[in-house]
Write a protein that binds this ligand. Structure first.
Ligand code: NAP
Length: 271
């Protein structure tokens, strides 16, 4: 189809090929047996090995990610998080985005970074961007001016461009399950929670995160750094959660893929 006489058609990006292209196509399929058989056939590929479990979780699921320092920080005290982890982890993050229907970020991250949340480091579709803003006070950042963004607040608000989605928030904090229900009503069922630390911790505490990719970089940020995962205290050590883990080496960084469905019923509410 030509859009206007005399004007060339816009270039169409070729569909990604190889094992990564297959993973992207399988991520949109809702046929468990077909997905399983295809993944088995591609089992020798390193990317398939890394994302196989995520796809086997099914079309509905919540994945979270954080890139942290040796001392458990996701950003410096001033909020600088640009190079906590290395380029291979950035690529991995973009792959997680491409495999998700929607990517969720907390207000602190949008206020500090105004992230684009698009897929640029690899081929693949951009997820729907979802910004949590329980107070409804975020400034009109770039991501909030985009009509494709969902801006989740606790009361209807005039939007700078994003679609305003209202979710009831008893106690002022947006309940993750209610946010997930609102996304599911839009057909967005595979969700990536990308940060920051407060948001990921709340969603893990609420017991809604199935799989957490926690990448540890060989860097020390210091006492004032922004905390990554911060969950309620548990005593004694033998009662602390120790989820099943797989490790992926990403350059100098080590990514721990944690299956949080095991022992999820013991998750305590966030204080
Ligand atoms: N390394 C990584 O993987 C990674 C990923 C994402 C972000 N980051 C970095 O993490 C930092 C942000 O993480 P975070 O845990 O602090 O925050 P977050 O999880 O993005 O958002 C939660 C925080 O936002 C606050 N907040 C609520 N409304 C706000 C508003 N209108 N303006 C500003 N803040 C508001 C909340 O305060 P209340 O609880 O009081 O409402 C809460 O402390 C940034 O520096 C970002 O660069 C790192």
């Amino acid at each position: 189809m030509t859009l206007a006489p005399g004007r060339p058609d816009p270039p169409v990006a070729p569909a990604p090929t190889g094992a990564w292209g297959a993973l992207l196509r399988l991520a949109r399929l809702d046929q468990e047996a077909v997905v399983t058989a295809a993944l088995d056939e591609l089992a020798g590929d390193p990317l398939v090995q890394r994302y196989r479990r995520l796809l086997l979780d099914g079309r509905s699921g919540v994945v979270a990610q954080l890139g942290q320092s040796l001392d458990g920080c996701i950003a410096t005290a001033a909020g600088d998080a640009v190079h906590v982890t290395g380029p291979q982890d950035r690529e991995h993050l973009h792959r997680l985005r491409a495999l998700a229907d929607a990517v969720v970020v907390g207000p602190g991250t949008v206020a500090r970074d105004d992230p684009r949340l698009t897929v640029r480091a690899v081929e693949g579709p951009d997820p729907v961007r979802v910004v949590l803003d329980p107070r409804g006070t975020l400034p009109a950042r770039r991501v909030l001016r985009d009509p494709g963004t969902l801006w989740v607040t606790t009361r209807p608000l005039p939007s700078p461009g994003a679609e305003n989605v209202v979710v009831g928030a008893p106690g002022g904090s947006l309940p993750p399950r209610a946010v997930l229900d609102a996304l599911a009503r839009r057909g967005l069922t595979r969700v990536l929670v990308e940060g920051g630390g407060v948001t990921v911790s709340r969603w893990v505490s609420a017991g809604v995160v199935d799989r957490l990719f926690l990448t540890i970089a060989p860097v020390v940020i210091g006492r004032g750094g922004r905390r990554g995962l911060a969950l309620p205290d548990v005593e004694p050590l033998s009662d602390c959660r120790r989820p099943p883990v797989r490790h992926h080496l990403l350059g100098e960084d080590v990514c721990c893929e944690l299956d949080l469905r095991v022992g999820a019923s013991e998750a305590a509410p966030h204080p």
